[in-house]
Design a protein around this ligand. Structure first.
Ligand SMILES: Cc1cc2nc3c(=O)[nH]c(=O)nc-3n(C[C@H](O)[C@H](O)[C@H](O)COP(=O)(O)OP(=O)(O)OC[C@H]3O[C@@H](n4cnc5c(N)ncnc54)[C@H](O)[C@@H]3O)c2cc1C
Length: 325
């Protein structure tokens, strides 16, 4: 085992996901404290371009498992491939993104290698030579500090907790790792592309979210306009999703997505614990609600008591004016 930190990059058709670059920056201080280096791993089919990009982020080595058998996502095959990469790299710490993909494969890889795994962490540091991870628990009601008793260890890290590393460094060497895949027991038969919003909710710097207070699907119109102005993604409470006003992919919370943007604007959302579980680690929370006693105001950095149909357009106009539009 080395003192290195291995980050597992994650991509999609248009390239590596932002969380991959964030993991590099999460890993750098850990590697410095352990006297090791940050290395990257890329897995998939035809992922040479991903490896080249990752090689320019300041990592010292990239391991690649590139195999036609990984073209469609099959958890068993990806677990085999990732375990082989980790075996080749021999790191002290492996970091995944706490995305849907990362959560699924990290649990499987940890089980296969019999390593410890701390999931959905919002901070990682080395204290007295040990890895200490911060994890929101009980739907965000409490924050746990988890200390790994020994190395090697794995963790999944929430997107948006660190700035993304830039891709302007001298390219690190890339090492291909040979893998032997078995026929997976389940195969993807068809992939149906979802209608995507302009900005990915999980990666957005700004989220504008609406709840039951928007009163109907058309109530999201002023929120969409504000989101356009701020280059934001649209989020929603479960009440709005369950009412059929917006697609489930926008749901934020315990049974939806966990987001940690720089700015979260909650309009017409009461602030139920299950909603807070998905957004309370946002850097700045702005709540717009006509009920001054709404629980959302307890977690908000800025609260606006008023009708969202007055406040959101006024906010949009003021921001546009500030932007010079
Ligand atoms: C197991 C479980 C899992 C759950 N998972 C989730 C989850 O992932 N995400 C989630 O969001 N919820 C989840 N819930 C549901 C959660 O408990 C709440 O019911 C839900 O979050 C409420 O949504 P809301 O805030 O939009 O609606 P409400 O609680 O009805 O709040 C609406 C708010 O809008 C305000 N309002 C109304 N009109 C206006 C107006 N014109 N202008 C300004 N404000 C206005 C009201 O004052 C009120 O505060 C879960 C529940 C359970 C039991």
């Amino acid at each position: 085992m080395s003192n290195n930190i291995l980050i597992i990059a994650e991509g999609r058709a248009d390239g590596l996901k932002k969380v991959s670059f964030e993991l590099v920056n999460v890993a750098q201080p850990l590697a410095a404290a352990l006297g090791g280096a940050v290395q990257g791993a890329v897995v998939g089919s035809n992922v040479g371009a991903w490896a080249n990009t990752l090689a320019q982020t300041g990592v010292t080595q990239v391991y690649v498992a590139d195999d036609a058998g990984l073209q469609n996502f099959a958890p068993e095959s990806y677990t085999t491939a990732l375990a082989a990469l980790i075996h080749a790299a021999q790191p002290a710490v492996v970091l995944f993104g706490a995305t849907g993909w990362g959560k699924e494969v990290s649990a499987r890889v940890a089980a296969q290698l019999d390593w410890g795994l701390a999931t959905d962490c919002t901070a990682a540091q080395i204290v007295n030579g040990a890895l200490v991870l911060t994890r929101p628990v009980y739907a965000g009601k409490a924050i746990a500090q988890v200390q790994a008793k020994s190395f090697p260890i794995m963790a999944s890290i929430r997107p948006n907790i660190a700035p993304p590393a830039e891709t302007n460094k001298t390219a690190a060497p890339i090492q291909a790792v040979t893998i032997t895949l078995k026929e997976p027991r389940a195969q993807v038969v068809e992939t149906v592309a979802q209608q995507k919003s302009k900005v990915d909710l999980g990666e957005a710097n700004v989220v504008v979210a609406g709840g039951r207070g928007v009163k109907g699907p058309e109530g999201f119109a002023p929120l969409n306009e504000l989101a356009d102005t701020l280059n934001a993604a649209i989020g929603a409470s479960r009440a709005a999703v369950d009412a059929g006003w917006i697609d489930y992919t926008h749901q934020v919370g315990q049974t939806g997505k966990t987001v940690a943007p720089k700015l979260y604007i909650a309009a017409g959302i009461s602030g139920a614990i299950q909603h807070l579980a998905g957004m309370s680690s946002s850097k700045v929370i702005v709540a717009i609600n006509k009920d001054p006693d709404a629980p959302i105001f307890k977690v908000a950095d800025y609260g606006i008591v008023g009708d969202l149909f007055d406040v959101v357009p006024a906010l949009n106009a003021a921001i546009k004016k500030e932007q010079g539009n």
